[in-house]
Design a protein around this ligand. Structure first.
Ligand code: PAF
Length: 282
């Protein structure tokens, strides 16, 4: 595997290939990232991953400075997974000057849920993803980009950006990988204390219970069920931002009757100082 730090080196290593399979990450890789690399690999003629902790998607009070940076261990795991090129740019390479041109995604999708609780988050994500796409895919007839469904809203935001900018990129949305107790794998799980780690699976348990309650009737009182689910987590010491049932297509609230509608239940809640997110399609 080649490890490159500049856009010029990246492009030199991609010359001669026609269809990159690309897995963008912020590093501190876990089995979810590795599963994405393995799924993406057969879909392209060269497998590329990036590691870049993107300042633009962190609010000033968030964990940009403390976000775990584990490049050597990550590089080893990527190599073992069959990645061909790792792009690990320094901040000055991707943002040589302040990034004043930014992608502002559609607010109906990007100002709700994560975007409501993390204002500007999807502007930061969309901007860096478009920039990474331009580093990897410029001059290519097409390619594949892989994202994990744990960041469900991010997948929708990126898909819509690709469609609206007519980028020749297919999205592979990988299933969330889970620990044996159901906790969704996440780089931020490493922040949890042992006691918090034991509690953490309660978020996925609460989401499953909410999805079952929502399917129990054709016209459920979703706001009431969602409030109960949040209260139950709060009683265990969590600080929930949202637990909510949405349509998979646009993340808006479903209308009754919703028997046939493909739905997803999404949640975000803080356990101690760690904010966890998760979702389940149902
Ligand atoms: O999902 C992530 O790790 C990040 O949001 C991404 C897509 C790599 C952009 O920084």
């Amino acid at each position: 595997m080649h490890i490159v730090h500049t856009i010029a080196e990246l492009r030199a290593h991609l010359a001669g290939f026609e269809r990159p399979a690309f897995v963008p990450t912020m590093g501190n890789l876990h089995d979810g990232h590795i599963a994405l690399v393995k799924q993406a690999k057969p879909l392209g003629d060269v497998t590329v991953s990036s590691i870049f902790v993107n300042r633009l998607q962190f609010a000033p009070n968030e964990d940009f400075d403390s976000y775990p940076r584990t490049l050597d261990a990550d590089a080893q795991r990527l190599e073992e997974a069959g990645c061909n090129v790792l792009f690990a740019p320094r901040e000055k390479e991707l943002y040589p000057e302040p990034q004043t041109y930014k992608v502002h995604p559609a607010t109906d999708l990007s100002d709700i849920l994560e975007g409501h609780f993390r204002p500007g988050f999807f502007i930061g994500v969309s901007t860096v993803v478009l920039k990474l796409f331009s580093c990897v895919f410029a001059g290519m007839p097409g390619g594949v980009a892989a994202f994990g469904k744990k960041d469900y809203q991010q997948v929708l935001v990126v898909r819509r950006m690709i469609a609206q900018f007519a980028l020749p990129i297919e999205v592979l949305a990988g299933e969330t990988q889970r620990a044996s107790d159901g906790l969704a794998l996440s780089s931020r799980n490493s922040y949890l204390s042992q006691a918090e780690r034991e509690e953490a699976a309660q978020l996925s348990i609460a989401l499953r219970a909410l999805s079952q309650a929502a399917r129990a009737s054709d016209s459920p009182d979703l706001p009431a069920l969602e409030a109960q689910a949040m209260q139950a987590l709060a009683r265990r010491g969590w600080k929930p931002d949202y637990l909510t049932v949405r349509r998979r297509t646009d993340l808006l609230a479903p209308q009754a009757p919703m028997a046939q509608e493909p739905l997803v239940v999404l949640g975000a809640a803080k356990l101690g100082n760690t904010r966890l997110i998760d979702n389940l399609e149902f």
